[in-house]
Write a protein that binds this ligand. Structure first.
Ligand SMILES: [Zn+2]
Length: 402
């Protein structure tokens, strides 16, 4: 692989280690800090204005560039529009659209936020000249502060879901909607919006005008923020977003929001969704509060906030819930869990029964990344119908009851 200038001049050839990193990045097989390191390296190539020429063939080298999705902050390597084809079998022949690595990357980057440290979910206003403050310049670079805060906001929503156990279902652990929100508030109490002030103090779990005004009056009167930008959190199960509107069940025409809709999984999925919105003044020195960025995760229903990866899963997920309930009546306890942070693939669901019986399943139509190789991984689309799949799952747990 060569690094080249846009006029075709060679900058240098990548080292074998760098090439290996890019291959693994493109295949979607990097995690945690290896992924962050690769991201950083690619962003450097992008900011240097360089292109990559693939040496899979020696006549006409296919040329690629680093793409940055400014709304999600996701970095990918894509082939230049008019470039030559890669050699057959070259790892870079496929674009990220086909391999699904974009989606994998989005999720892998979500991190479990450490409790008891300030969340930093919004940028500070910055002084440009005397008495003239503006919101800090946003989206100046991929690794810029705005992206970091947006990433943290998605991570915060993931953390809330994971730590409150909403991504886990069992017949005996079934909770009412009120209990599910109570768990979310309990988790929020472990995080600080600013120094040692629990996020739950400035959290509303209903998005409507009344609760915005209640949150605003608490924020305006607060002494906790001192000179820092004031903000609160609004968390609710809503219809979804449309453009810069957050659509709720009570107000289908929606509420305006000023920032981005940050998506778990990188692709928009039909609601209902659990939305975490930041509520803050958009300009310094005013008490004009607005919804800023909105992070969202699709959920099973308005009454059951179990996270959904893609809309196509909904029917099968409801079926899984029913068979788990049914097996419980036969004395077979099964827990279904969706790993939200650091999982192998986003569409994976892990079913655990007695005697350490573990079955990992995907309800998505096609793989979104590298597949687990164990024989206890099953994909719904490999079965004749949802019914035969359900029978398989029940057989797996019930025939081995001892
Ligand atoms: Zn190639």
């Amino acid at each position: 692989m060569r690094l080249m200038e846009k006029n075709g001049n060679l900058v240098r050839t990548l080292t074998p280690a760098e090439l290996d990193q890019l291959q693994r990045f493109h295949a979607g097989s990097l995690t945690s800090y290896h992924l962050l390191t690769a991201n950083r390296a690619l962003l450097k190539i992008r900011s240097d204005g360089h292109w990559l020429a693939c040496e899979c063939r020696n006549d006409h080298l296919p040329v690629m560039h680093v793409r940055l999705d400014s709304s999600s902050g996701i970095v990918t390597m894509v082939n230049n529009p008019e470039t030559h084809d890669h050699a057959v079998g070259c790892e870079f022949a496929k674009d990220e659209r086909e391999t699904g690595s974009v989606r994998v990357h989005a999720e892998r980057l979500a991190i479990m936020l450490p409790p008891d440290s300030p969340l930093k979910l919004i940028g500070q206003f910055r002084q440009v000249s005397e008495g003239d403050a503006v919101e800090r310049i946003r989206n100046t670079g991929a690794d810029g502060p705005a992206q970091r805060e947006q990433h943290r906001q998605v991570s915060m929503l993931m953390t809330l879901i994971e730590a409150s156990g909403l991504n886990s279902y069992s017949a005996e652990g079934k909770q009412t909607l009120t209990q599910q929100f109570a768990e979310l508030r309990k988790v929020a109490a472990r995080y600080a919006l600013v120094d040692r002030v629990p996020a739950s103090n400035y959290l509303e779990t209903r998005i409507d005008m009344k609760h915005m005004l209640m949150l605003k009056s608490r924020l305006v009167e607060s002494t906790a923020f001192q000179d820092k930008r004031r903000y609160g959190l609004m968390l609710d199960c809503v219809v979804g977003t449309k453009g810069r509107k957050l659509l709720t069940f009570d107000k289908p025409e929606g509420f305006d929001f000023k920032g981005q809709n940050l998506l778990w999984g990188g692709t928009k999925t039909e609601g209902p969704v659990l939305a975490l919105a930041i509520y803050s003044p958009s300009t310094p020195g005013t008490n004009f509060y607005e919804l800023i960025n909105v992070a969202s995760v699709p959920v099973l229903s308005r009454g059951h906030l179990f996270p959904v990866y893609r809309a196509e899963e909904r029917e099968a997920l409801s079926e899984m819930v029913s068979i788990i309930n049914w097996m419980a009546t036969k004395g077979v306890k099964v827990v279904m869990r969706r790993p939200m942070i650091g999982s192998f693939t986003m569409d994976e669901l892990v079913l655990t029964g007695a005697n350490d019986r573990v079955l990992s399943v995907s309800l998505a139509a096609s793989p979104s990344g590298p597949e687990p190789t164990s024989d206890t991984f099953k994909r719904l689309s490999d079965f004749k119908s949802l019914q035969t799949f359900s029978k398989y799952v029940m057989g797996f747990f019930m025939n081995n009851k001892k």
